[in-house]
Write a protein that binds this ligand. Structure first.
Ligand SMILES: [Zn+2]
Length: 215
């Protein structure tokens, strides 16, 4: 899991979702009340499996040379409250954060959004770092929602997945559709997809598409 999480940070860079050290990936260790997360303030090209840190579900450092990411409390809160989640990603990716700054959900106007997010990408509340407020906002918004991504108001993106790779994919797709819908807006008013079609697309993508491996 240290290697998986370490390697996935390179994807945040590859897809241009992060500037400096402002983004992080974590992964729950299967069968344990522990997760692996990025160390705080370490640049992406210096990340190695050994540099990653292990925390318990209260966000306490269990193993590692470095201090855990400053977003550790939010990741820990998500793992504590959403047992099906195996991976969490946080970024300030440009277009998605631009929507978050406006407190506006990204409307479902692309089939790719219906596939991956099952509808709009919702906005979560404004919350300051330092306690459980960010985690509470993420869980409150995503619990019972199809979307694996939430735009935290005035902040950025948090995504969840069955594993860290799925959460990274959601972060990449979130930025991609945030950009496209933004551009569409510049051209006029994007057309919503009827709910019945959103449901059909979501069901097909989640259950039929691909190699039939569990998502
Ligand atoms: Zn942040």
């Amino acid at each position: 899991m240290r290697k998986t999480v370490s390697d996935l940070h390179a994807e945040l860079v590859r897809y241009q979702l992060v500037a400096w050290t402002a983004g992080n990936v974590s992964g729950r260790i299967p069968g344990e009340d522990l997760f692996v997360i990025k160390p705080s303030g370490v640049s992406y090209d210096e990340l190695t499996p050994e540099a990653m840190v292990v925390c318990d579900l209260d966000g306490n450092l269990v193993e590692g040379e470095h201090a855990p990411s400053s977003d550790t409390a939010a990741h820990a809160y998500v793992y504590r409250h959403l047992p099906e989640v195996g991976g969490v990603v946080h970024t300030h990716s440009t277009y998605a954060s631009a929507w978050a700054a406006r407190d506006e959900a990204i409307p479902c106007v692309l089939t790719a959004m219906a596939d991956e997010f099952g509808g709009e990408i919702p906005v979560g509340p404004f919350a300051l770092i330092g306690d459980d407020s960010i985690g509470q906002g993420i869980v409150k918004t995503l619990k019972g929602h199809r979307s694996p991504a939430v735009l935290m108001r005035n902040h950025g993106v948090f995504t969840i997945g069955k594993d860290p790779k799925a959460a990274v994919k959601a972060a990449v797709m979130c930025e991609d559709v945030a950009r496209t819908v933004h551009i569409s807006r510049q051209l006029g008013e994007p057309l919503p997809i009827p709910q019945a079609d959103v449901d059909r697309l979501y069901d097909r993508y989640q259950n039929v598409y691909g190699q039939r491996s569990p998502r």
